[in-house]
Design a protein around this ligand. Structure first.
Ligand code: TYD
Length: 217
C-alpha cells in the first residue's frame, strides 16, 4: 500500500543533446533548464565527457592530449561510468530531470564515425558501463541538432580556439554527422531532430514542440 508521501518518486527524465561542434546545442540547454524549472521540475544540467570531478579530469585529457582511438574510447566510457554512478542515476532516482550535453551517441558518432573505431568494441563498452538489471541506461529523449558541417565550421571559427576534435577537418565532421543520422534513423522513438540552421527562436520552438510531444506520450 502506498501511503501519502511515502511512495517512491517517479523516475526522472533523461534528455541528451547531440550534434557536431558548432551546432549550437549548448546555448539551448540552459534555456530548457529554466523552462523546466518554471514548470516545477528539479533539473540537473551536466555534460560529457565530464560532470564529476574525476570525469572532468578525464575530459581534459580526452580533449587535449594525443592518444590512440582505443585509449580515447576507454577514457570517455570511464568518465561516463563515474558520471552515471555519481550524478545521473541518483538524480533520476529522486525524480529529477537530467539534461546532459552529449552522451553515448557522441561516442558512436565521434569515436565510431569520426575516428572509424570498431563499433562492436564500443557496443561492448556500452554494455559494461550502462548495463543494469533494467537493461541499458539510455536517454529517454535525444535532441539531435543537425547542421551542415561547413556551416558548423564557420560558426566555430568565429568563436573559439579548437580542441582535438574541433581541429579535425570537414571530412571528419561529415563522418560524425553521418553517424548521428544513422543512429537517429535506427532509433526514431528516442531521437528528435532539430534543424540547427534556423534562427535561435525557431530552434527553441522546435525544442519546445518536442518536449510537448514527450509530455503527451
Ligand atoms: P562539447 O560537448 O562540444 O563541449 P564544448 O562546447 O565545450 O566544446 O565538447 C566535447 C567534445 O568531446 C566534442 O568535440 C565531442 C567529443 N566527445 C567525444 O569524442 N566522445 C564522446 O563520447 C563525447 C561525450 C564527446
Amino acid at each position: 500500500m502506498n501511503l501519502p508521501g511515502t511512495s517512491a518518486p517517479r523516475r526522472g527524465l533523461f534528455i541528451s543533446f547531440e550534434g557536431i561542434d558548432g551546432a549550437g546545442k549548448s546555448s539551448h540547454i540552459d534555456t530548457l533548464a529554466t523552462w523546466l524549472r518554471q514548470r516545477g521540475h528539479e533539473v540537473l544540467v551536466t555534460r560529457e565527457p565530464g560532470g564529476t570531478p574525476l570525469a572532468e579530469r578525464l575530459r581534459e585529457l580526452v580533449l587535449h592530449v594525443t592518444m590512440d582511438a582505443l585509449t580515447e574510447a576507454l577514457l570517455v566510457f570511464a568518465a561516463r561510468r563515474d558520471h552515471l554512478q555519481q550524478h545521473i542515476e541518483p538524480a533520476l532516482a529522486r525524480g529529477a530531470t537530467v539534461l546532459c550535453d552529449r552522451f553515448t551517441d557522441a561516442t558512436f558518432a565521434y569515436q565510431g564515425g569520426g575516428r572509424g573505431f570498431d563499433l562492436a568494441v564500443l557496443r561492448q563498452l556500452e554494455t559494461w558501463v550502462q548495463g543494469g538489471p533494467a537493461g541499458l541506461r539510455q536517454p529517454d529523449l535525444t535532441l539531435w541538432f543537425e547542421l551542415a558541417p561547413a556551416t558548423a565550421a564557420a560558426r566555430r571559427a568565429a568563436v573559439r580556439v579548437p580542441d582535438r576534435f574541433e581541429a579535425q577537418d570537414e571530412a571528419f565532421f561529415e563522418r560524425v554527422s553521418a553517424a548521428y543520422a544513422a543512429r537517429c534513423a535506427a532509433d526514431p522513438r528516442r531521437f528528435a531532430r532539430v534543424d540547427a540552421s534556423a534562427e535561435r527562436p525557431a530552434v527553441w520552438a522546435q525544442i519546445e514542440a518536442h518536449l510537448q510531444t514527450l509530455a503527451r506520450a
